[in-house]
Unconditional design. Structure first.
Lengths: 333, 333
C-alpha cells in the first residue's frame, strides 16, 4: 500500500480511495511512504503471517466483506493464542481486477475489523494477477519482553483448555458445498446460516490474550483441526495427552448433527477453520483462565490432561475407549 | 512457515526440508511455533512488504534462485532507502506444486541472501494455488527511534542523489522479451547477460543505509522508474525539482544503446526495477553521502536540485531544454 510498492497511478488511486482511511496509526504515514514504523516501547513484537487463496481457503462466491474479515481474523487468532495485543498489520492483495463492487465492501469490512480489534493497517502492496485472488496479511502484536506463549511449555498434569465450540466451521463449509449437513438442516435455515458464518468469519479470541499470557504453559490457535493441532502442541512440548471427547465443546447445531449420526465426532475433531484458542495450564492456572473467559463472556472448556510420554494424544469416548482418528487435520494441499 | 499456518503434514515436511535451515534467528523458534518474536531493544521497527507475481513481476522462465533473490531484495531495497538495518523477514509462498527441482534452488538462494544481508527468515506461510506462483515478503528493519527517513523532508536547495545506474533492468527485460535491445546487442552476449542479471537480481544498496539515515533529508528506492518516483518524492515533500538528464548514471551498455538511438533516455528514466536509492540532502550532507558511497565501493551520483514550487519536476537535456516524458513509470497494472 506504500507508494513505492504501488505500480504507477492506477494503484495509487486504488490505495487512496480504499485503504488510506484504514491507516490510522501515525506509523503508517497515511500510506504515502515506502515503509511503516512500528514503535516498540521496549515490548517484543510478535509477528504472524497467514494467506488465504480464493478457491482454496475461501470460496469464489464468498462475499468480499467476509473474505476481508477472515483474512485479518485468522492472523488475529494467532496473536490471541500467543498472548499478544494487536498492534497493526500489512496487507498484500493480489487482484485480477479492481472492481469497486468488490473492493468497496472488502475495504469497509477490513476497516471495521481493524477498529474493532485495535489493529490498524500499516502498509501493504497490491499486485495484479491473472490467477485466483489472494489476501496475505502479516500481523503484529505487542507483548512484554520474553513473554510470548509458545508451544513447548506443556507439562504432565496440565489441563487442556479450548475456547468456544469446535467443528462449526467445517460444518459450515459442508453446508456451502451442499453436503450431508446441508441436507440434514434443510428445514433449519438459521442453523445453517450460523454454521456458514463460523466458516466465513472466524471469531478470534483476543479478549482472552492477557489471561493466556499470564496463565497458559503452552498455546496455539486451532486452525487445522483440534486433533491435529493438539498433536503438534504435544510434539513440540515432548508430552502426550488424554482428551475426553465428551468434554469437547460443541454448538447445539453440531451436537444435534452428531446425535443424529449425520456427522461423526471425529470429523469435527479434524475439521479446520475453528480459530479457537487451544492451551494448557496447571490446574490452578487453568481455573484462572476459565474464570477470565467467564468474565469476558467466552466459554473456556477443560477437555483433558497432558500426560508424560511420546505417543500420540488419545481421544477417549464416554466409555473410556480410544477413538480411531483416521484423519487428524483438514488439508488444503 | 509456522506449523499453525501449515496445512497438515505435507506442508510441515516441506517447511522442515527447505526453510527450517533459514530460520537462524532465535525469535523464529525453528519455525515450530505459530508466530515469531522480533525483539526491539528500544529501536523502531521499520516494516515493508512487496509481492512478486509470476508473469507480472517475473517471468515464468526465470530461474527459481533469481526469483527468490528478487523477492527478498526488493524488500531489502526499501529498508536501505529508509536508513534501516535488516532484522528479518516473513515469507508467503503461493505454489501450484511442490517440486523439489524448483524449491531446492529457491530455498538455497533465499538462504544465501538471508545470510549475506543479515536478514533471517522469521516465519511464513505456504499455500496452494491453482494460479500463478506468488512470493510475498514482509521485511523488518531496525532504526533508532524516530530516525526513519521519509519522503517528506526534501527542501529547496537540496541536491538529488541516486546510486548505481538507471535503466539497466528495463533493458534486461527488453532483452528477455526479444525487443530492440536484444537485437542491438546480438553480438554482445556478455552485455545482454549483465542487463538481464540487473532485471532478475536487484542489487539493494543496504551498504548505504547508515549514511542515508545520517545525511538524507528524504529518500525512497527507485522501483517504478526514476522519473515517476522522483515525482512522488517531490509531491510528498511539497517541492519541485530540476534534473540534468546528462548526469543520470548509465551503465556502459545503456549509454551505448542510447547513443545508437536504440532506446531513448526517457524510456530508461521511466523504466522499472532499478532498485537504486533516490535521496535528497543539503549540499554538505550530499557530499558526505557521496563519500560514504565511495568508501563502500558504491557510486552515488548528483543528478539535480530540489527547487520550490508545486509543478512536476523538470528533466533537462544538455541544452537546458525540457524533456517531454510521456510516461513516468512502468506499470504492472
Amino acid at each position: 500500500m506504500t507508494q513505492d510498492n504501488s505500480r504507477a497511478s492506477a494503484e495509487d488511486s486504488l490505495i487512496a480511495r480504499y485503504f488510506k482511511p484504514l491507516a490510522t496509526d501515525p506509523g503508517a504515514f497515511g500510506l504515502v511512504d515506502d515503509a511503516a514504523v512500528l514503535s516498540s516501547s521496549g515490548d517484543d513484537i510478535v509477528v504472524t503471517t497467514d494467506a488465504i487463496v480464493e478457491g482454496v481457503h475461501y470460496l469464489a462466491s464468498d462475499p468480499p466483506d467476509t473474505i476481508a474479515r477472515k483474512a485479518l481474523r485468522v492472523n488475529l487468532s494467532d496473536l490471541a493464542a500467543k498472548g499478544a495485543m494487536p498492534a497493526g498489520f500489512v496487507l498484500t492483495l493480489a487482484l485480477r481486477s479492481k472492481e469497486d463492487a468488490w473492493l468497496r465492501p472488502f475495504a469497509d469490512a477490513l476497516g471495521e475489523d481493524a477498529r474493532e480489534f485495535a489493529c490498524p493497517l500499516l502498509g501493504g502492496d497490491t499486485v495484479s494477477t491473472p490467477g485466483p485472488q489472494m489476501v496475505s496479511i502479516t500481523a503484529f502484536g505487542r507483548i512484554p519482553q520474553g513473554r510470548m506463549v509458545g508451544r513447548t511449555g506443556a507439562r504432565p498434569g496440565d489441563r487442556i483448555l479450548v475456547t468456544g465450540t469446535i467443528g462449526d466451521a467445517a460444518l459450515g463449509l459442508d453446508v456451502l458445498k451442499g453436503g450431508a449437513a446441508a441436507m440434514a438442516l434443510a428445514s433449519s435455515p438459521a442453523a445453517k446460516e450460523a454454521l456458514v458464518a463460523r466458516y466465513r468469519v472466524p471469531q478470534p479470541r483476543n479478549v482472552l490474550a492477557p489471561a493466556v499470557r499470564d496463565h497458559a504453559s503452552a498455546a496455539m490457535d486451532v486452525s487445522d483441526g483440534l486433533a491435529g493441532d493438539l498433536v503438534k502442541l504435544c510434539a513440540a512440548s515432548g508430552v502426550s495427552a488424554s482428551v475426553e471427547v465428551a468434554s469437547v465443546p460443541l454448538s447445539a447445531a453440531a451436537a444435534s448433527l452428531v446425535a443424529r449420526n449425520v456427522v461423526g465426532i471425529e470429523t469435527l475433531l479434524a475439521g479446520g477453520d475453528d480459530y479457537e484458542v487451544l492451551c494448557t495450564a496447571p490446574p490452578a492456572q487453568a481455573d484462572a483462565l476459565i474464570a477470565a473467559g467467564r468474565a469476558a463472556g467466552l466459554a473456556v472448556a477443560a477437555i483433558g490432561t497432558i500426560v508424560a510420554g511420546k505417543e500420540r494424544p488419545r481421544f477417549l469416548d464416554g466409555q473410556g475407549q480410544e477413538l480411531a482418528l483416521t484423519r487428524l487435520s483438514y488439508s488444503h494441499f
